[in-house]
Design a protein around this ligand. Structure first.
Ligand code: FES
Length: 542
């Protein structure tokens, strides 16, 4: 027997549509999808999100053994039809953006097109930002369709106050210092990047309706002009962790044409050292919806690690330093045109194969980015040029062609493509090993605390500014991801930015991020007896 089911889609703007189906057999979400109304089933129809909610206006639906009667808001992936109903599908439940792999990040969850700041008149543009300790990236987005129009990125000018969050907190001792640091990140970094992104997209700043910003907890405090001192001393409390709604004027963000009242949403943070960049990453990777244990490893100036096991989230942060972001190294750079992005070395015969972004000749390369430093460690160790402790092997060094060997002040370095080209020194290697040891030891500590082995992890999401082209096998070889196989690892890029974008184009994201941050248990690595020993072990190259 067939019954009539009327489905009202967007009753404010469109005609009601009537579908027909057999009652009982399938979940409402499946029936709707089959009839051209796919819902935002981002948790895989497991009842863990709110993406499939529909508004039941007439009739009733079977939910397990009970009944949900109109009027009610119900999850369509939990509801079976057993009679005629009238439902409305809110904009937030309509899937408009599929999971996507962009140039610099991957978004694993689908989302609706229901912007946090809806397009109003000529205000049809918004921005999503990742404020990193080392780098800042701005995306300009068209609010009418959620498309990214342009992007701009650069170093965080606040870097002159220190290259990591602890030195920045220490520098923020007086109201004047806090104001100077806010000016560095807003006036000298964000404003020019926003103008650059607007220029590239051909959109005037007067068209901006709002923006979302992700970043670590210290960066968000300094952006908001709040005193970060309590983040630097035990018990490491934050001035604010929940998402914060501010305006451009509140943070002195000015650009010609930009309305001072433009709303800006700071994303919610988890703890003093697990910031909104990680909340964004946990959300954008969809790891909370993974059925098996999964791990997020976000390598920025800090290395944050989040384990999902049976839906429970545990996190820790390590002071990795900005090496993999190309900072603090002789020739380090961000991943940008002219930078060495991949390399490999052989000794017999001696050859250095170098790949640059934009195919610039290696001799004219502008620097070396994080992914290439990881290649260097793996390849130089693999061919015997580097020893276990990260020093050049004496015999291999002596056999190198003279133009490739550099030695200043007892610091030995390998020139990648002869005189004037980027080089990697032993001091660089030592800095890189400290960063990889902090992350490797952090991962092992988190897994051991949870009683999980690396081979039990179904997916390792490797996030970070080093881009999407990292050689995963090399990252494993050097011990950055200890005990994993390449098949387990997925490089997901800048998930902080991905989360800021999701929060901008789908307003339900923010509420789910707020709920998510409360679920995370934070482990303090400095209180773990074995962390130090593991760190020292990981200072070596396998
Ligand atoms: S898809 Fe129904 S709850 Fe997530």
């Amino acid at each position: 027997m067939s019954r009539r089911i009327s489905i009202t889609v967007d009753p404010e703007h469109g005609e009601a549509t009537t579908l027909h189906t057999v009652p009982g057999a399938d979940m409402l979400s499946k029936v709707l999808a089959e009839h051209g109304f796919p819902l935002n089933t981002r948790c895989g129809q497991r009842g863990l999100c709110h993406g499939c909610e529909v508004i039941l206006q007439k009739g009733s639906l079977r939910i397990g053994n009970s009944e949900g009667a109109a009027p009610a808001t119900l999850r369509a992936c939990r509801a079976r039809l057993h009679g005629p109903v009238t439902i409305a599908i809110p904009a937030r439940s309509r899937i408009e953006h599929k999971p996507q792999v962009g140039e610099t990040f991957e978004i694993a969850v689908p989302c609706a097109h229901d912007p946090l700041f809806p397009a109003l008149g000529t205000r049809d543009t918004a921005f999503a930002v990742d404020i990193g300790t080392t780098t800042v990236v701005v995306l300009l987005v068209d609010l009418t369709n959620g498309e990214v129009l342009s992007r701009a990125g650069g170093f965080n000018e606040q870097i002159r106050f220190g290259d990591n969050v602890l030195t920045r907190i220490d520098a923020a001792r007086t109201p004047e210092a806090i104001a100077a640091m806010q000016q560095a990140v807003v006036g000298e970094t964000l404003a020019p990047l926003l103008l650059q992104a607007c220029g590239r997209a051909g959109r005037d700043p007067s068209r901006i309706a709002g923006g979302t910003i992700a970043g670590n907890t210290t960066m968000l405090h300094l952006l908001a002009g709040e005193d970060p001192t309590s983040l630097g001393i035990a018990p490491f409390t934050a001035g604010f962790l929940a998402g914060k709604s501010i305006t451009a004027e509140d943070i002195h963000l000015t650009a010609e044409g930009l309305d001072p009242e433009t709303p800006i949403q700071l994303l919610p943070s988890i703890a003093a050292y697990i910031g909104a960049d990680i909340t964004a990453g946990v959300y954008a990777t969809g790891m909370v919806f993974d059925e098996k244990p999964s791990l997020l490893v976000d390598i920025g100036t800090n290395g944050e690690i989040v384990l999902q096991n049976g839906g429970a989230l545990t996190a820790c942060a390590t002071a990795a330093g900005p090496a993999f972001e190309g900072c603090g190294l002789r020739c380090g750079t961000r991943a940008r045109e002219g930078a060495v992005s991949d390399l490999s070395i052989t000794l017999d015969p001696f050859e250095v194969h170098v790949q640059t972004i934009g195919d610039i000749p290696p001799a004219r390369a502008t620097g070396i980015c994080g992914s290439a430093y990881i290649d260097f460690l793996a390849s130089a160790r693999g061919c015997g040029l580097l020893g276990h402790a990260g020093r050049f092997d004496a015999a291999a060094w002596a056999a190198l062609p003279e133009k490739s060997r550099l030695a200043d002040d007892d610091e030995r370095a390998l020139s990648l493509a002869g005189p004037g080209s980027p080089r990697v020194s032993e001091v660089d290697v030592a800095v890189l090993l400290q960063a990889k040891a902090a992350i490797g030891a952090g991962i092992e500590t988190l897994l051991e605390t949870a009683g999980i082995r690396a081979d039990e992890i179904s997916r390792v999401y490797l996030a970070g500014g080093f881009g999407m082209h990292l050689n995963v096998a090399n990252a494993i070889t050097i011990g950055l991801l200890p005990g994993f196989t390449p098949e387990q690892v997925r490089v997901v890029g800048n998930t902080s930015l991905a989360g800021a974008l999701l929060a901008l184009i789908d307003r339900t994201t923010l509420a789910e991020m707020e709920a998510l941050r409360e679920q995370v248990r934070v482990i303090e690595l400095n209180l773990d007896e074995d962390f130090e020993d593991r760190y020292v072990e990981h200072l070596m190259l396998p």
